[in-house]
Design a protein around this ligand. Structure first.
Ligand code: MN
Length: 143
């Protein structure tokens, strides 16, 4: 067991600009352990990840604001504070803030992350303008 005290052992917050669009801060909540990382991620309005997948999956838990999680080929799913999303190993997806809101989520990432192309404006607007934005809790769509 390892007890990680808040703000004492984590490395410092940093801007995420290589694999993200817009203004996005990552704030580590613990040093990597056994290929598990845990970060608080702060997305400015419209900020988002590039397309990517996780070797052994990822848990996202939204702690503030509102945004989107999108699996490749599906409309984006709206997420709000209190929501949790599990992305299984290898599934290509992105996550980010709504255009008019901040999104803050905890990300617990298992294994390595494979980064791909950025989510273009057309992809962002195309996938977030569909019927999935009504807040319905379709578990299949959220994967
Ligand atoms: Mn992810």
């Amino acid at each position: 067991m390892k007890h990680i005290q808040g703000r004492r052992e984590a490395s410092k917050a940093e801007l995420r600009d290589d694999t993200f669009t817009g203004t996005v801060w990552g704030d580590p909540l613990m040093p990597p352990e056994d290929d598990v990382t845990m970060n608080h991620v702060y997305f400015g309005p419209g900020g988002r990840t590039h397309w990517h997948s996780h070797e052994r999956g990822q848990v996202l838990h939204v702690t503030s604001g509102q945004g989107w999680v999108a699996r490749q080929g599906d409309p984006a799913v709206k997420v709000r504070a209190g929501d949790t999303v599990w992305t299984p190993p290898g599934e290509v997806h992105w996550h980010g803030a709504a255009e008019d809101a901040l999104l803050v989520h905890v990300a617990i990432t298992l294994g390595s992350t494979e980064w791909m192309d950025e989510v273009s404006e057309d992809e962002f607007h195309g996938s977030t303008s569909g019927s999935a934005g009504d807040g319905s809790s379709d578990e299949e769509a959220a994967k």
